[in-house]
Write a protein that binds this ligand. Sequence first.
Ligand code: PEP
Length: 260
Amino acid sequence: MRKIFIAGNWKMNKGLQETKEFLATVIPELNKLKLDKVIPLIAPAYPFLEEALKGSFGSCMQVSAQDVSVHSEGAYTGEVSASMLASLGLKYCIVGHSECRQYHNETDSTVNTKILKLLENHITPLVCIGETLQQREENKTKEVVLGQLSGCLQNIKLVSGKELILAYEPVWAIGTGKTATPFQAQEVHNLIRNWLKSNYSEKVAAELSLLYGGSIKPGNMKELLDCEDIDGGLIGGASLKEEDFLEMVKIGKKSKGQEC
Ligand code: PEP
């Protein structure tokens, strides 16, 4: 069975004190749950990664960065390299988020370079793809998603599906309160899974965790996780509240026939 990620993208929210408080509340509760297939994960802003790693040490909580530089080192003011993230002991990093694509003009080719840098540094990339509302309305979802997949994953060799995570995040569902229906999400997830089969292997397709993202909250998590090809969520707003985060982890633990 694939790993189910309950991944919180904190974006530019929560400072040092709030990060500490979140972990002080959530970690003891996570420690009471026997999580086998479910991986809780948070992605705080760069300055608080070390604190998050410290606060989660010895628990099942994983920590991710929200982005990484395409460069390895040098005169790139404000940027953070993959080797710097690795030196903290970080194991995950989000790339290709629609906000980075929109505000930093990130392209599939940029995302591709970031993935390569992360893999070279033994960090698992969590790669985001997804269509805009206009693209969906023009019936271009399939074309856009498959185009992003081939652009982002060009020349990326995967032997196992555990080396990378994909998140399908329809841009129109991010931060809007408008979630894709389970049918809409599953349809795209299935398309991605089949693309992985054709372009990598049955093994990679079977192992790779495919997350959905876009206005997930405790109230709609179960119906999304009930879909065959949805292996967790990348969650913005609802991941900021300790009780909601824990509730979504518990829903993950009961999903896919793990527990009644
Ligand atoms: C996200 O930031 O990736 C996201 C899905 O945000 P939200 O859950 O707030 O829509």
